[in-house]
Design a binder for this molecule. Sequence first.
Ligand SMILES: [Zn+2]
Length: 130
Amino acid sequence: MSNGAPGWCPECGTRYEAGTVACPRCRALLVPDPPARGGAPVVVHKVPDAAAGALLAGLLEHHGLRVHLRSATLPGYGDVRRDWGTSAWGELLVRPEDADEAREVIADYLAALERGGQVRDEDVEGEGGG
Ligand SMILES: [Zn+2]
């Protein structure tokens, strides 16, 4: 293994200069390429309107996930759609490493909606309180 190139810690994503072979914090061997963390956000759910988008975005933030609500409507252009092929108003994006959890949170929420027709805080938060 050459020491002539910089490396990245696969655990925490820190970049180290040439000569370092392992991350002192994580005790992980460095890899030659930056880890996927911080990569392009992924769409976890499409929302029919602004209200649903804000509601689900708030739900994910409540679970500690950083979420981005992207509207299919171009800002400043009224009702002009950026993507004519979709009937959704917009979509929720999260970091790739958060995608699984975000989908789970949304699935739980939608399941609770179908069960009771109305979602209470207990359903959303999962545990605690009661
Ligand atoms: Zn590290």
